[in-house]
Design a protein around this ligand. Structure first.
Ligand code: ATP
Ligand code: MG
Ligand code: MG
Ligand code: MG
Length: 570
């Protein structure tokens, strides 16, 4: 590529709404341009990176035996009504009407459509297992799109769906995807961690998120430095929720969990007594009231409630207030009796849910945007540092399987693998004939990767004051040739052209900056864009028979003989 024929447009200033480095740098480098909140044009440079991420994902998916197809972005409401998600999904689902007044959605994900495909296409156990995937535009009307491509409304996802004849097969398909994801994120050159994740309303114990480690991540992860235990905090500290689904309450009471100590700690924090009659304590914030507003309620523990009402809540902080259950139910539009993280009509952020009946645990944060299955989440929009810091300390006291204290770090969720079982095949009646000729429900798994979010996450992890530092595998260009004095010197032009041709012949993705720019401007631009290797070709160097190589990451200049330039660059 010749820079003169390409479209480059770097900016000095980041837009005022860009809160994080990746958003700022992608805009400044000219990779994206905003069209509307959470909706971006992928400019040539940005699209190039996206395509590289896609290529790696596609290669590994194909290598793992998955089969690519392409499902529509616009999907009829009927299928969503069949699965029940037309009602459940909430405001994140963008609904549209056609000219005949028929309802459609812009797909946030494609379980319904793929299950419809499967029920029509798969008749016999002989066609199983099969794993279909596509890389397609998604739309989620995120309540708060932000961070550029990391939380967009329109974005690109790779989503795969496996179909098996039984649970064992489905588990194998899950493991194959898990391994493929490990390879994908290694190849992308990112520091990441696979963590156990909440299975939300679907239940079961098979769900992992792939999290890119970054301080700006919206998720909080706990891990044991001495073993391979790692979990999203929403799972690690919500065992009560999972256990409640799996086991009767009596057996739970006998199972001490690490949550008991935390329950006590949170109760201490609030200055309330922990009594077994208090079933649940929820701290909730209504985003519309602003982050400082914390609602506090006790569920199903009426006489405790009176005690609290009588003012015995010494830990009640400014901006927090006590509310009765009915008040909360009305305000948040949730179901009475259980203000769990799932099922509220209004966006409500439960920042702590303390369940004492089973001496279990502290649930950190619910996120109504995710309630279709993610269930709970913690760490978004919270009034840092106060509350989070307090809760962090509470969590940090936990001991992991190795006997060491659990550590905490922030992550960006870039992938999610999920065992679905028969949730969708049952709802849509997707069956096949098993070996005995009887109809049986298909066993499913689903596997997502946020293609465009990866681009942002990679930058969060790899940048400095001068700009982006791309991992080689997804850099828009691997090498930038920067001739100094392009307009003046035929020698410079000749050598630059020679190197350019030689690199192209080797299959290197190289850009030749033939715009005759001042060196300082040119260097700053390529540093901002983050190309891994820069080769400077100048008259002075050529007089000594050398060109200069600079690695974007290491920074120092190395002089190499003109004849060695190609070999050294590769
Ligand atoms: P989050 O918790 O960040 O909202 P999610 O759990 O809702 O993500 P999934 O339904 O698991 O997302 O979708 C699979 C993948 O799609 C995610 O792991 C993430 O990488 C990506 N993704 C989800 N929402 C967005 C978004 N708004 N913008 C960009 N990528 C997204
Ligand atoms: Mg979400
Ligand atoms: Mg999530
Ligand atoms: Mg997820």
């Amino acid at each position: 590529m010749r820079a003169s024929r390409y479209h480059l447009n770097t900016l000095k200033e980041a837009p005022s709404d860009a809160e994080v480095a990746s958003h700022q740098l992608m805009t400044r480098a000219g990779m994206i341009r905003k069209l509307a909140g959470g909706i971006y044009t992928y400019m040539p440079l940005g699209l190039k990176v996206i395509r590289k991420v896609e290529a790696i994902v596609r290669e590994e998916m194909n290598g793992a035996g998955a089969v690519e197809l392409l499902m529509p972005v616009v999907q009829p409401a009927e299928l969503w009504k069949e699965s029940g998600r037309w009602e459940q999904y909430g405001a994140e689902l963008l609904r549209i009407k056609d000219r005949h007044d028929r309802d459609f959605v812009l797909q946030p994900t494609s379980e319904e459509v793929i299950t419809d495909i499967a029920r029509n296409e798969i008749h016999s156990w002989r066609q199983l297992p099969v794993n279909f995937y596509h890389i397609q535009t998604k739309f989620r009307d995120e309540r708060r799109p932000r961070f550029g491509l990391m939380r967009g409304r329109e974005f690109t996802m790779k989503d795969a769906y496996s179909f098996d004849r039984d649970d064992e097969g489905a588990q194998r398909s899950y493991d194959v995807m898990y391994d493929a994801y490990m390879r994908i994120f290694k190849r992308l050159g990112l520091e990441f961690r696979a963590v156990a994740a909440d299975t939300g309303s679907i239940g079961g114990d098979r769900s992992h998120e792939f999290q890119v480690i970054a301080d700006t991540g919206e998720d909080l992860l706990v891990y044991d430095p001495g073993s391979d235990y790692a979990a999203n905090i929403e799972l690690a500290h919500a065992p009560s929720l999972l256990a409640e689904r799996a086991a009767p309450a009596e057996s739970l009471a006998k199972t001490p969990t690490p949550g008991a100590a935390k329950c006590q700690a949170v109760a201490d924090l609030l200055g309330i007594p922990l009594a077994r009659t208090v079933k649940s304590l929820v701290l909730a914030t209504d985003p519309e009231d602003g982050p400082a507003q914390i609602w506090l309620l006790l569920l199903r523990g009426d006489h405790e409630l009176n005690e609290v009402k009588a003012g015995k809540l010494p830990g009640l902080k400014a901006g927090w207030r006590f509310a009765t259950e009915s008040e909360i139910v009305e305000h948040f539009g949730c179901k009475p009796g259980y203000l769990g993280p799932i099922g509220t009509a209004k966006p409500v952020r439960v920042v702590a849910d303390l369940t004492v009946a089973n001496m279990s645990d502290l649930v950190c944060g619910a996120n109504a945007e995710d309630f279709h299955y993610t269930g709970v989440n913690w760490g978004r929009d919270l009034p840092e540092p106060e509350l989070v810091a307090d809760l962090r300390n509470v969590v940090a006291g936990d001991i992991g399987p190795s006997g060491q204290g659990l550590a905490i770090q922030r992550g960006i969720e870039v992938g999610h693998v999920f065992f679905l079982g028969t949730k969708y095949s049952e709802a849509l009646n997707a069956t096949f004939l098993d070996e005995t000729g009887k109809p049986a429900l298909l066993r499913m798994g689903c596997y997502g990767i946020g293609i465009t979010r990866i681009v942002g996450a990679a930058i969060e992890q790899n940048h400095d004051a001068r700009g982006i530092i791309w991992p080689a595998a997804i850099a828009p260009f691997q090498v930038a040739i920067c001739p100094v004095g392009w307009g003046k010197s035929a020698t410079v032009r000749d050598e630059a052209e020679k190197l350019y041709a030689a690199l192209q012949e080797q299959g290197v993705d190289v850009i030749l900056d033939d715009r005759d720019q001042r060196p300082g401007v040119m260097f700053a631009e390529w540093e901002l864009i983050g190309v891994p290797v820069r080769v400077t070709v100048g008259e002075r160097g050529l007089a000594d028979g050398v060109v200069e190589l600079q690695s974007r990451r290491q920074g120092e200049n190395v002089k190499v003989a003109v004849g060695d330039a190609l070999a050294q660059t590769l």
